[in-house]
Design a protein around this ligand. Structure first.
Ligand SMILES: *Cc1c(COP(=O)(O)O)cnc(C)c1O
Length: 401
């Protein structure tokens, strides 16, 4: 997707606009598959919460992936997009037992991360196998907001509670078909990750009926020049070898599962916005764009630093800009960033906008959520309409006084 294609998209569909490049998703899928080619049974389950547009889900299904879901609604979206239940894993945290029962009836894999829930579910449905989410307490995350492995994290069953876990499994007679971990986003060091997997193997050994081991995700993608990324190829070599040895000891070819979200879709996404105005103060030049944290929350929520390009004037002389939104609250996308000269009406491309961007968008300030476009087979195809005034009123009830 070059700048002309992106500019064409804004002419056709307006701004703010999300555009996703299918080829990038495919390339990342292939890259991860290749890195683990030594493993006999590999399954990649795309984490739906990163970007849940149904056409994107359908595309990823065609690539051969399954999905990782965290709500009954994501399971329903996945089924609608064509995923068979066997290729769906449901990894809830803190949901009601009713929801877990509902999803288990759909035939999807159930991942349980709470001893209490395991006991309740096992007493009602000992015939339905479950996967167990373990918390190895390894801090793999690059950001405390997205790290879920620490000791006081709400996620997973602590490795310190394994004896209790084994007792519940025995008492309920439930069959454990998988062991899972997800240490959180942004793995910087493959050794740290391997250390966590070692803990998982120790746990896995204690279960006799396993079919798979799920290593979650947390692959770090670079957000700007010089940024770190997880070395997937190195991880592939190290973990494949260790996994294959484990399967030999276990005397069964288990399936190795990953659940990449960000890794598959982040770099595929561009968020395009128009510059409403330039505001020069005594210290700063602000470029004010026609969107805000209502549509693009990551910089405010996680302090993430996305690359921003002025695609209307890519070769202009560079100046330092603070790119800010139109929300009546601080909504800074970038502070004093070098960008080629910006004028009113220019189109800015905020990069790496595929994951956790549209899926976190809201109507705050009563703005419409943006349209989404899929670039597939060299064509720009609308996959979500821009909202209109009626969408804001839908479900609201105007009462009589
Ligand atoms: C969010 C999530 C993922 C995906 O994480 P990324 O960092 O986007 O790859 C995978 N597994 C589970 C259980 C998750 O909650």
């Amino acid at each position: 997707m070059n700048n002309n294609t992106l500019l064409e998209a804004t002419k056709k569909f307006g701004t703010p606009l999300y555009v996703y490049n299918s080829e990038k998703i495919r390339a990342q899928y292939t890259r991860l598959t290749k890195a683990f080619k030594q493993v006999k049974k590999l399954q990649l389950n795309y984490a739906v919460k990163a970007l849940s547009n149904i056409s994107v889900l359908k595309y990823i299904n065609k690539l051969g992936a399954g999905i990782d879901t965290v709500s009954v609604q994501e399971v329903l979206l996945g089924i609608k997009a064509g995923y068979v239940p066997e290729k769906i894993i449901y990894t809830p945290n803190g949901v009601s037992i009713e929801e877990i029962k509902e999803v288990s009836k759909m035939g999807v894999k159930i991942n349980i991360d709470n001893l209490n829930t395991l006991e309740q579910f096992g007493n009602i449905h000992p015939e339905i196998p479950v996967c167990i989410r373990i918390n190895p307490h390894v801090m793999a995350g690059g950001n405390s907001k997205i790290s879920v492995g620490h000791i006081d994290s709400k996620f997973g069953i602590s490795i310190h509670q394994i004896p209790l876990l084994l007792r519940i499994v025995e008492n309920t007679n439930i069959r454990v078909n998988g062991i899972h971990m997800h240490t959180g986003s942004d793995i910087l060091d493959t050794e740290v990750f391997i250390h966590a997997t070692e803990i998982l193997f120790q746990v896995a050994k204690q279960f006799r009926f396993l079919e798979f081991i799920d290593f979650g995700s947390g692959f770090k993608v670079p957000y700007h020049k010089g940024d770190n990324e997880t070395n997937i190829e190195e991880l592939g070599i190290k973990l494949s070898d260790r996994f294959n040895r484990f399967c030999e000891e276990y005397e069964k070819d288990l399936t190795l599962i990953f659940e990449p979200g960000k890794f598959l879709v982040s770099d595929a996404g561009s968020f395009l916005c128009s510059v409403n105005s330039i505001k020069q103060t005594t210290s700063t030049i602000f470029a004010q764009v026609d969107t805000g944290f209502n549509h693009f929350l990551r910089p405010m929520m996680y302090g993430s630093n996305h690359q921003i390009e002025n695609i209307s004037n890519p070769y202009g002389s560079e100046r330092f800009y603070s790119v800010v939104g139109y929300i009546c609250e601080t909504d800074t996308f970038a502070t004093n960033k070098k960008i080629s000269k910006i004028s009113e009406g220019d189109i800015l491309n905020i990069k790496n906008a595929g994951a956790y961007c549209f899926s976190m968008a809201s109507n705050y300030n009563s703005r419409y959520r943006p349209a989404e476009v899929f670039y597939i087979d060299n064509k720009l195809t609308l996959i979500r309409k821009r909202e209109v005034f009626d969408d804001l009123l839908k479900n609201q009830i105007l009462i009589d006084f």
